[in-house]
Each structure stands twice: as C-alpha cells, then as structure tokens.
Design a protein. Structure first.
Length: 455
C-alpha cells in the first residue's frame, strides 16, 4: 500500500477544492487535491453554466484567470416564462453575470490551484475518511485498483453534493451536520445543444416551470447558438423523467428545431439550507459537500469558491496553532453563515412554502409580483414592500389572495429566521441552544405553510 503525507488533503478538484488548495499552497504548505476523474475529464461538471458575481471572486484564483471561459457576458437578467398562466416576467439580476464554458472554467480553476503550488492526483477515488480519537487524520483511496493512503493534519472535503466521505466517519461527537437526506436535494440534468439560428433571448437566463411535477426548466445561452438546457426537481416530489421531459419541451420550441446535442450530464444539487456546521476535528466540508448553494436559483459556484478560501485559511490557522479541534476551526462556520448561510436558510423557507401549494397558484403569483421585488428577495434574502407595489401586486393577483396572505406570513417567518442566523454562535459552546431556537422558528414555518418538515 502506498502512503502519502501532506499538510492538507483536499478531496475533489471542483471549485471548492481548487480554491481551498490554492489558498493553502500560496501560504507555502504542502497540499494535494485527490480527484476521482482523470486529467482529461476533470472539470467536466453538470451545471447550468451561469456564473454570478465573478468580479468579487477570491483573489487566490482571480476573475482575470477565469475570463477565457466567459462565453456570454451580454446576459443581464432572468426571464421567467409560464405560458400556461400567460406569464412572462423579466427579473433584473444585480451584479456581474456571465454564461461560461464550464469545462474550460473547470480546467482553469484547477490550473489556478496548480500554479499556486498544489499537486493534483487524478484517477484516485477517495473511499473513506481516516479517524483517530474522533479526529480526521487522512483518507483512504484507490488509484486504478491499487489502495492508497493519505495522511494529513487537515482534510478538506470538496467532493460535491452528497459527498460519500461523510458517511464513512463517526461525527456523533462533533457538531458536523448529519441531518442530511436525499429529499433535501434536487435531481438535475442538462444538455448543451447547438441551434441553427441565434436565439433572440441571448441576453437572458430563461426559467420555466415544468409541465409535470413541481420542477423547473432552464435555457441559458452560452453563445447565441450554443444553449445550456436543463431541468430539475426536488427529490421530495414525484420523480420526473428528466431526459424525456426535456426532449418534449425542446420539441415545442421552434428555436430548437434541428438542434444537435453536444454534451449531456446529470447530478444532484443541494436545494436545502447550508449545513449548520461544516466542521469536525481535523475536517472541513466546502461547496456542495456542505450545501453552499442558493436553494432557489441553484447557483453554487460562488459559494464553493468562497468556502474553499475560508476553509483554506482556517486549515492554515489550525496547522500553525497545532490545534485541530472544532473550537479552533469554528470561525469557518461563522464566516460561511455570515457571508451567505443565513441568507440561503431564509430563501429555503420559500422552497418549503412552495411544496405546500399548487404550481399554477405559485406561477400566477410570481407573475403578479414586480420583477424587481423578486430580484431583491432572491439576492438580498429579503425585501421591503412599498405600499404602491403592494397594492399593484394585490390587484394583479386578486384571484390568489389566500396564497398572497400565506406568502406574507411566510416572509415574516423567513425574516425572523434571517435575524436568528445573525446570532450564529461564535464558539461551539453556544451551538445547541442556537439550533434549538432555530428549530422552534422552523416549527412555526411548517405550521404557517402546512408543509411537511424538511429537516
Ligand atoms: C444540473 C446542475 C446545474 C447547475 N447550474 C448552476 C449554475 O448555472 N450556476 C451555478 O453557480 N451553480 C450551478 N449548479 C451548482 C454548481 O455546479 C455547484 O454548486 C458547484 O459546482 C459546486 O462546486 P464543488 O467544488 O463544491 O463541487 P463539484 O463541482 O461537484 O466538484 C466535486 C469534485 O469532487 C470529485 N469527487 C467526488 N467524489 C470524489 C471521491 N470520492 N474521490 C475523489 N474525487 C471525488 C468530483 O469528480 C468533482 O471533480 C448546478 C448544479 C447542477 C447539478
């Protein structure tokens, strides 16, 4: 058996893993990324290819390095289409937005980590975490049939949604969030299709509810003639036939006549709140492996980049203080919650709300709410309602006043939840009490919406 020793082992060469490794390597520590795919395939990730906020990406792999992958920077708004409810709504998207060549982007983030000094071991599937006295001390893996062991001071898990690593360790004495179920995730599938003529919505990210089940479809233009088309559904709902339903929708849109499929991929994505804690002694989970995804839009690239950086910095501090305990790593959780975790938890309340209503009610309601307000709710976590806007909304949604009233009640609870996340504890000692209070707010949310408990 081969044994490698590093300061830090990072599992997964995605965005989270690459940013973590770049941060650690830049500080002069020995870090390896262990990636199950081969060098050719690494960076090929199922995604809608929409990248938001790249101008503020961490400097460890700056935007300037990623720009060669930006194939459409003309895109500046979302378009919500619900033809059966006669709704078409343009929603402004604040900040910088691009649609990217995702494979090229994936290669560039890995290159960023390697140029910073990280090693990458491809073709190596991590099988389990190694744990001694409750502390994670490395991983076991298999490289082309041969067992390999990695020993390290710290392990960073960037292995993506439903990371199998987390099932191989005993976290019963740690704060690490183990309240994780399939039903909190979405199953999604996308194709890259080439069309004959440029689409006339080249500047928009187009969303649409699916015909069957409570799912959603998207069409994101990578170029005027190369479109990322995909769909997904929450796994708590009735399963969809992803490939067949996508085909059926494309056949009904004339711009996709004679379209050719260039690539296909499917995956799970966390449409749930950020893990309450992403740490255990010697271990930090980043990106999808800790649900750092906007649970409404499904955007997770930015969350993975930032949490990768925060985890890298925390790992360095732990090594320098020779303290790998949760207390030592806790600041990582605080930074994640402060940056986006609280906002994502509040947004998830609307996902919970939506499971208790008919999709036709919700789309009609969405059509009645001004796009700017939806945009504010989506990107700042909450939004104020001016009396004039409220009146206009009420008039346009007059057939759905019960749903509006329930939505308003749910919004109050989402705001309460957001406030509570602002009091996220600054040490593990306050964690249980904070969670108890948060769960009490969640109970009120389930009671108000009539939805089944998600957690
Ligand atoms: C269909 C779909 C559409 C999406 N659309 C968008 C979008 O438009 N915009 C957006 O911002 N986000 C989108 N997302 C979410 C986004 O893709 C993820 O949030 C982001 O890629 C997370 O990065 P990550 O580094 O955490 O994980 P990943 O990018 O999934 O990387 C994980 C890496 O770990 C490797 N790995 C996994 N298990 C092992 C193992 N056992 N051993 C070794 N290596 C392992 C994988 O091969 C992979 O390279 C979408 C997701 C899906 C599924």
């Amino acid at each position: 058996m081969t044994t490698h020793e590093y300061d830090v082992v990072v599992v997964g060469a995605g965005t989270g893993g690459s940013y973590a490794a770049a941060t650690i390597a830049e500080a002069g520590y020995d870090v390896v990324i262990v990636e199950r795919k081969d060098a050719e395939e690494a960076g090929h990730i199922a995604c809608g290819d929409a990248l938001k906020g790249a101008n503020n990406f961490p400097e460890e792999i700056p935007k300037s390095r990623l720009e060669p992958a930006f194939t459409n920077t003309a895109v500046d708004h979302g378009r919500f289409e619900a033809p059966r409810q006669d709704v078409e709504l343009d929603i402004p998207v604040p900040g910088e937005l691009a649609v990217i060549d995702r494979k090229k982007y994936g290669e560039l983030v890995i290159e960023g980590a390697v140029d910073a000094g990280a090693e990458v071991h491809y073709d190596t599937v991590v099988k389990s975490l190694k744990q001694e006295d409750g502390r994670v001390t490395g991983v076991t893996a298999v490289k082309r049939g041969t067992p390999v062991t990695y020993e390290a001071e710290m392990v960073i898990d960037g292995a993506g949604a439903l990371s199998i690593l987390q099932d191989t360790a005993d976290f019963s004495e740690a704060t690490f969030d183990t309240n994780v179920r399939f039903s909190q995730f979405s199953s999604a599938y996308r194709e890259i299709v080439e069309v004959d003529e440029p689409v006339d919505w080249y500047d928009a990210l187009v969303f649409k509810p699916t015909k069957r089940s409570a799912g959603y479809l998207w069409y994101f233009p990578r170029t005027p003639t190369e479109i990322n088309v995909g769909l997904g559904f929450q796994m708590s709902e009735e399963p969809m036939k992803l490939v067949g339903d996508l085909r059926e929708d494309l056949q009904q849109r004339e711009e996709f006549e004679n379209a050719t499929v260039k690539d296909k991929l499917g995956a799970a994505l966390p449409t749930r709140r950020t893990y309450d804690s992403g740490t255990a002694p010697g271990y930090i989970a980043v990106g999808d492996a800790a649900a750092h995804v906007n649970p409404i839009s499904g955007g997770g690239i930015a969350g993975a980049a930032y949490s990768g950086k925060y985890a890298g910095q925390q790992a360095i501090e732990a090594i320098e203080s020779e303290d790998y305990s949760e207390a030592s790593l806790w600041e990582y959780n605080s930074r994640v919650m402060d940056h986006f975790g609280g906002r994502y938890a509040a947004l998830d309340v609307y996902n919970i709300f939506s499971t208790a209503y008919e999709i036709s009610d919700l789309t009609a309601l969405a059509g009645a709410i001004p796009g700017r307000q939806i945009s504010e709710a989506l990107y700042s976590g909450s939004s104020g309602v001016s009396p004039l806007l409220a009146l206009r909304t009420l008039w346009r949604a007059r057939g759905h006043l019960d749903t509006i009233r329930d939505l308003y009640g749910t919004k109050q609870l989402a705001d309460r939840l957001l406030d509570h996340y602002e009091d996220y504890p600054d040490a593990p000692a306050g964690f249980d009490a904070w969670k108890d209070q948060r769960d009490a707010i969640m109970d009120d949310i389930y009671a108000e919406t009539g939805a089944e408990a998600k957690y």
